[in-house]
Write a protein that binds this ligand. Structure first.
Ligand code: MN
Ligand code: ZN
Length: 497
């Protein structure tokens, strides 16, 4: 069970027992409310003895003395007041969450001196609590110590701030965003035997409850559309492929949609070009792009975003089999362009090229952004700090970069160029599906670019950020849900009426 929090906001506190949390900027006094939580000024003494300097996300844990209204007191450091960003508030919330998982009730004073707390900040703090509270333990049959103490009950969290009224409203938004991120995390974390293409498509179908129109294309329908590249990947699996098309119509009737396309390889063995055994289990996360698109569509619909948005996910499994495609095979994509399959492990681009072409052809979107755990090469280049960004449109690229900085789901633009494009020309077909080891994430991007025509397009290679990235204050999950907050931010800032 993930930690459960029942969060509310209030202007004033009545503390009787439980845990109290106070925030402190390093260059200001202790938070307002300190005297309520701590009549004997124990905190000031503890800070001095512990040499607590309120560095970002540092904590000081104190057992309250006899006569104090609270049982425990925790001070969370914020760092310098004037340097605080929206992401710092998420991290502060996440740090608070880590301390209150197993307690019955917690009172958190967030009005720190030197800091102007508004409704947005309070809601960001609460979002940090919700994101940190996520854990994936569906398949654990034994409870952890924390769960044992919580005994299935939610922690009652009261956040004390002068901005309580606005915060209560803004918090509805935080819950929606957390739900979308946590949905994406769930999808990535689910084991591949449970989440095949058909099961994933059924998850997408559930967004109908929120007013999303969802169509699921079967193998037969994709064959009729000529999606030979996607189907070539799927043909080695006993589980049939699906293409899910999700439409959220929150904008004006005639407005062209924004479009998001996700790679959904539910498991990638590499196919006949099979991967080494070590670490192959991680390839259950090769659908992280599709998971992010699904999580994003959840957020847009649940918050009734004033935008028309399309989400398309190509769902396949890449298996070696008597019927699997071979290196040397030539397939014809929906665009009519032919592809020589050099390496069956470069399958994500084969799935995406048909999904992108279909998306562009049917919806004529304002832009297309695709997300994919596409290449190991991008992990070599950028680690898990930035996702690789490739784009044919400078305006879209800079908007994504900006959204990345404000959500801390960071992207780094990589180059495109005809010298790279040439590397995927094939002896026998219009192109081949790999350009070799060097510049591997760039040639992969060029492959996709051949299917987007003049539509503004960006490709996010999230192989390093969608899964297995270092755990932090707001994410303790293997599947991070990367991309949901980034793209929701992009839509909010630029594409809503
Ligand atoms: Mn692969
Ligand atoms: Zn793959």
């Amino acid at each position: 069970m993930a930690a459960k929090f029942d969060i509310s906001f209030s202007k004033s506190a009545k503390i009787s027992g439980g845990l109290s949390i106070l925030l402190k900027a390093s260059d200001a006094d202790l938070a307002a409310g300190a005297e309520i939580a701590d009549p004997a000024s124990v905190i000031a003494r503890a800070m001095k003895i512990a040499k607590f300097s309120a560095k970002p996300v540092s904590t000081l844990d104190i057992v309250a003395p006899e006569g104090s209204p609270a049982e425990r007191l925790i001070v969370i450091g914020l760092g310098k007041a004037e340097e605080l960003t929206a992401h710092d508030w998420l991290k502060a919330g996440g740090t608070a969450a880590s301390k209150i998982k197993s307690v019955e009730k917690a009172t958190i004073f967030i009005d720190a001196p030197g800091v102007d707390i508004d409704a947005k900040i309070a809601a960001d703090f609460a979002l940090g609590i919700l994101l940190r509270g996520y854990s994936f333990d569906t398949y654990k049959t034994k409870k952890t110590d924390d769960e044992d103490k919580a005994n299935g009950k939610a922690t009652k969290v009261t956040i004390i701030t002068a901005a309580a009224a606005g915060a209560t409203k803004a918090f509805a938004d935080s819950e929606v965003v957390a739900d979308g991120v946590n949905l994406a995390r769930d999808l990535v974390n689910e084991p591949p035997n449970v989440l095949g293409p058909v099961e994933f498509a059924a998850k997408a179908k559930q967004l109908e409850k929120l007013g999303v129109e969802v169509e699921i294309l079967t193998e037969r329908e994709m064959k009729r559309l000529g999606m030979g590249a996607l189907l070539g990947v799927a043909q080695g699996s006993a589980r049939p492929p699906r293409l899910a098309i999700m439409q959220w119509k929150g904008g004006k009737a005639k407005e062209r949609p924004v479009a998001f396309v996700g790679k959904g390889v539910v498991f990638d063995t590499g196919g006949i070009s099979i991967k080494p055994a070590a670490g192959m289990e991680d390839m259950k996360g090769d659908m992280g792009g599709a998971a992010a698109v699904t999580g994003l569509m959840h957020v847009l619909a649940a918050r009734k975003a004033a935008v028309n948005a399309v989400g398309i996910i190509g769902l396949v499994e890449n298996m070696p089999d008597g019927n699997a495609q071979r290196p040397g095979d030539i397939v014809t994509s929906m665009s009519g362009q032919t592809i020589e399959v050099i390496n069956t492990d470069a399958e994500g681009r084969l799935v995406l090229c048909d999904a992108l072409w279909y998306c562009n052809d049917r919806f004529k979107p304002q832009f297309m952004i695709n997300l994919a755990t596409l290449t190991g090469a991008v992990v070599v280049a950028l680690g898990s700090v930035h996702a690789g960004l490739f784009s044919n449109d400078d305006a879209l690229a800079s908007r994504l970069t900006e959204a990345g900085l404000s959500t801390s789901e960071k992207v780094w633009r990589m180059p495109l160029g005809k010298e790279y494009d040439k590397m995927i020309d094939s002896k026998f077909a219009d192109m081949k599906n790999t350009g070799g080891r060097y510049a591997g994430s760039i040639t992969a991007a060029h492959f996709l670019k051949r299917f987007v025509q003049d539509t503004p397009w960006a490709h996010l290679d999230i192989a390093g950020t969608a899964m297995g990235s270092p755990l932090d204050e707001i994410n303790q999950s293997w599947g991070s849900g990367f991309g949901v907050r980034l793209l929701d931010r992009l839509v909010r800032d630029h594409y809503e009426a």
